[in-house]
Ligand binder design. Structure first.
Ligand code: SF4
Ligand code: SF4
Length: 370
């Protein structure tokens, strides 16, 4: 383990930029912490934290200058690996035929700074979605294979977090090039640094890093442990697949539907949801057409519209589909839960529907089938 100070964190950003990476990190924008391109540590949300509850999120000023003193905001890294809207190809009239042109834009080379442990797990999950035996998404994989990841361990939990019960946090164990734990204490403001890959070691060798003392490592571990101990929510995942499969007709689905607005917020903020649709557009001359891919949601009515009708017309059916896919059929499909316990769907649901509570209601109801 090593330690670096803030100026060396800035140096990391500079080295990565020089190596051709677009560095993406947390910034404050529109009253939330979001992920966007950064130039230096001056862009990071120094002194900002967040308070989250079911149906509520707000930024709060901290009483220190922590650069990573927030938890997670409405965005996740999926917007860079699986963009909200992307042109797949375009075609132009060519005499009596047409010519198809695929995008010739260079694939972005991203460095992600500030990836939380649950978000790393979400990237692993999307790896299974976009790179499996049946389907390989070329854009996703081209970006993913060039990425540099700097994870940041959580030193506090939002009240909506439940990553411990999903075994996805609060400390990143693998999947990063470099991981950092931020410490602000009597001995100053520094980061305990761990390198995982050759790329990470090469970059660290260019820094003025020092070997971490036992006290510094302990200070970092204590802060991560406090995030774990401070986690108020949890999800009991024992037998969850069977619980949901056997309770397709449970009365709780209808009760949720009295609150759910089918707004799709939960799916848009979720770092693992991947539903998308295709849109074809033609210009007025009829000489040019484009095919775009854009995010969609199983909560949108049109998503389940097929030739012959719509097979999921009620909010009850749509919420049941989302939760059963996320926590049960995802396991059959991809060998993992679709939930990492980041809590975004709880904070950003306008009516505060809480996936952990809904699972418990079904689990503990006298009407539940075993
Ligand atoms: S279902 Fe909710 S808690 Fe789970 S990963 Fe998605 S947004 Fe996070
Ligand atoms: S559960 Fe909440 S966020 Fe999701 S669709 Fe329903 S109202 Fe919207």
């Amino acid at each position: 383990m090593k330690t670096i100070d803030k100026s060396n964190l800035d140096k990391i950003i500079g080295i990565l930029k020089k190596d051709g990476y677009t560095v993406i990190g947390p910034i404050v924008k529109d009253g939330a912490i979001v992920y966007d391109e950064i130039e230096s540590i001056n862009d990071l949300p120094a002194g900002w934290g967040d308070e989250q509850e079911a149906g509520s999120y707000r930024l709060v000023k901290r009483n220190d200058e922590s650069l990573f003193g927030y938890v997670v905001g409405p965005q996740s890294w999926k917007k860079f690996l699986f963009p909200q809207r992307m042109k797949l190809w375009e075609a132009g009239r060519d005499g009596r035929g047409f010519t198809i042109k695929h995008s010739d834009e260079p694939v972005p080379k991203y460095a992600f700074l500030g990836v939380r442990s649950c978000e790393l797990k979400a990237i692993f999950i999307q790896d299974k979605v976009f790179n499996n035996d049946l389907y390989t998404d070329s854009y996703y994989n081209n970006v993913r294979n060039n990425i540099f990841i700097i994870s940041v361990n959580c030193t506090q939990a939002a009240s909506t977090c439940f990553c411990v019960s999903m075994k996805s946090g609060p400390k990143a164990k693998d999947g990063f090039d470099i991981s950092l734990t931020e410490v602000i204490g009597k001995d100053g403001h520094y980061f305990v640094l761990d390198e995982s890959t050759e790329k990470g070691k090469e970059l660290t060798a260019k820094l003025d890093a020092e070997i971490a003392t036992d006290e510094q490592v302990k200070a970092a571990d204590t802060r991560v442990a406090s995030a774990e101990l401070g986690m108020k929510r949890s999800m009991n995942t024992a037998g969850i697949k069977e619980l949901l499969y056997h309770n397709h007709d449970h009365p709780n689905w209808a009760e949720i539907a009295t609150r759910c607005l089918s707004c799709a917020n939960c799916t848009l903020v979720c770092p693992t949801c991947f539903c998308h649709t295709m849109e074809d557009t033609t210009d007025l001359t009829g000489d040019h057409t484009e095919r775009w891919r854009r995010w969609d949601s199983c909560f949108s009515l049109d998503y389940s519209k097929v030739a012959g009708g719509n097979f999921r017309t009620s909010p009850k059916a749509r919420y049941r589909q989302w939760m059963t896919h996320k926590l049960a059929s995802w396991i059959d499909q991809f060998g993992t839960s679709g939930c990492v316990g980041c809590g975004r769907c709880i904070s950003w649901c306008p009516v505060g529907i809480d996936i952990t509570k809904e699972v418990e209601k079904i689990r503990n109801s006298p009407k539940t089938k075993s």
